[in-house]
Design a protein around this ligand. Structure first.
Ligand code: SAM
Length: 145
């Protein structure tokens, strides 16, 4: 398992949680736009809360996720939809930084989509993401060839 994140405090917290859970993780402290992404290697490539970028940069990262996943592997993405602005329970006050089901169409068009769901649920993640939230889950399988 490999985790990539550029904030030292987040890497520190993730290391503590991994030790508590006795999970073996390689942590990489890097900007995702500068990281030397591997190609076709991960069984599952998971991206959580890409709310820190707008659509163009988000697409760049989603392309990198797809390239990094092995043929037949899974890409999983979670985050907020634009409706989250109505809840105000986390994320930036900027609809362009949220994503909807249609936003996955272009980059993952050759994938087999297993889950693409927008929903509302209570969330409790740290102190800045607490309360009813507008969320999205997307899981797709990369073609085998
Ligand atoms: C909303 S938080 C999500 C944190 C975690 N994945 C979770 O679900 O609890 C977004 C994270 O992205 C990190 N981040 C933002 N821009 C980044 C970049 N360019 N490269 C790597 N990490 C970045 C931030 O430091 C922050 O920890």
């Amino acid at each position: 398992m490999t985790g990539v994140e550029f904030a030292p405090s987040a890497v520190f917290k993730a290391k503590k949680l991994a030790a508590l859970g006795e999970v073996d993780v390689t942590f990489v402290q890097s900007d995702l736009f500068e990281w030397n992404w591997p190609q076709n290697v991960f069984d599952i490539t998971l991206g959580l809360f890409f709310q820190f970028v707008g659509p163009d940069q988000r697409n760049v990262l989603w392309c990198k996720m797809l390239d990094a996943t092995r043929p037949g592997g899974l890409i999983a993405i979670h985050g907020y939809t634009p409706k989250q602005l109505e809840f105000g329970t986390g994320g930036p006050p900027n609809a362009a930084n949220m994503y909807s089901k249609a936003d996955f169409d272009r980059i993952f068009r050759k994938c087999d989509v297993l889950v693409s769901e927008e929903y509302e649920a209570e969330q409790r993640s740290g102190s800045a993401h607490v309360g009813m939230s507008a969320l999205i889950d997307f899981i797709a399988r990369k073609p085998r060839s």
